[in-house]
Ligand binder design. Structure first.
Ligand code: ATR
Length: 278
């Protein structure tokens, strides 16, 4: 980025945004990498999204992360899009060129798979079927990542079956839709289970799922990270399964943005995890 004299400035846009941990993790990276940067939370109502995004490059921003409810709008507004953003149908990372051009990336799939590989290094896509609970935006990124990692069978189950069917149609013949009432049976011979629903999160209903069919050799990942050890992960651990918590997905998905905006490659380590949990 020689010749690029913009300040090291970025942020995260959402509505609401007050509870985002992203400013904490960027501040940690700024400190540990001695980068004098600024990363700010931006509470932007849906109706104001386009106006604010178009203004940010003019204010010197190098880019923004985008969260609920703006991820589809972020894809739409961009001048260019990564293959991942196109495939997932949403963007969580916007990169502004020095000329103001907006490039939309999606790093959620990357964050998911990096976290999974860090927490379960021996897992491989070819190990066997993956069961995905939920069919929202997070599930789209997770499925995109799993197919990219060589998983050949994804068993998708969601309370609202139509949403699972629609997602399965988008991702093709690797997908099998399982009725929500049969979610326990879907675990038979599965190598991986991923919860992408909000169930089990503090303040949400519990996830009711019998793990009798779960192999102790399976890997279980919950993308919920509050609490860090969800009841699902605790029960899976009890059965001997390898468990991976969801905090790392949040941390890893932030790395490509930092690289693109500031030209440095930050690491995800215990110090960062502690900073975000404090
Ligand atoms: P995101 O885009 O962040 O993934 P979302 O679109 O709100 O969020 O999806 C949340 C997921 O949690 C969905 O799969 C949702 O199921 P529905 O498609 O049936 O709404 C699931 N979910 C939320 N509350 C649930 C509940 N009480 N029981 C079962 N699933 C639930």
């Amino acid at each position: 980025m020689s010749g690029d004299h913009r300040p090291f400035m970025a942020g995260v846009m959402g509505w609401p945004i007050a509870h985002s941990k992203s400013p904490i993790l960027f501040d940690h990276w700024f400190r540990t990498l001695s980068v004098s940067g600024r990363y700010v939370p931006l509470a932007v109502a849906p109706d104001d999204f386009d106006l604010v995004v178009r203004a940010l490059p003019k204010a010197g921003f190098r880019g923004v992360n985008v969260t609920v409810p703006h991820k589809q709008a972020a894809l739409r507004i961009a001048d260019g899009r990564s293959a991942a953003a196109e495939a997932i149908g949403a963007s969580n990372t916007l990169v502004f060129g020095p000329d103001g051009a907006i490039f939309a990336d999606n790093t959620d799939a990357y964050g998911f798979i990096e976290n999974l590989r860090a927490g379960a290094p021996s897992w491989a896509g070819a190990d066997g079927p993956a069961v995905v609970l939920g069919a929202g935006g997070a599930a789209q990124a997770v499925i995109h990542a799993l197919l990219g990692a060589g998983v050949v069978e994804v068993r998708l189950t969601n309370r609202t079956r139509d949403r699972a069917e629609a997602l399965a149609d988008r991702f093709g013949p690797c997908m099998q839709v399982v009725d929500w009432s049969d979610r326990g049976k879907a675990l038979e011979s599965a190598a991986l289970l991923v919860n992408t629903t909000v169930l089990g999160m503090t303040g949400k209903p519990p996830l009711e799922l019998a793990l009798d069919a779960l192999s102790p050799k399976a890997v279980v990942n919950d993308i919920v990270y509050a609490p860090l050890e969800t009841p699902l992960l605790a029960a899976a651990r009890e059965r001997g399964a390898t468990v991976v918590d969801g905090l790392g997905m949040l941390l890893h998905q932030a790395r490509p943005g930092f690289r693109a905006w500031f030209g440095r490659d930050p690491v995800v380590d215990d110090a960062l995890r502690h900073a975000c949990l404090a």
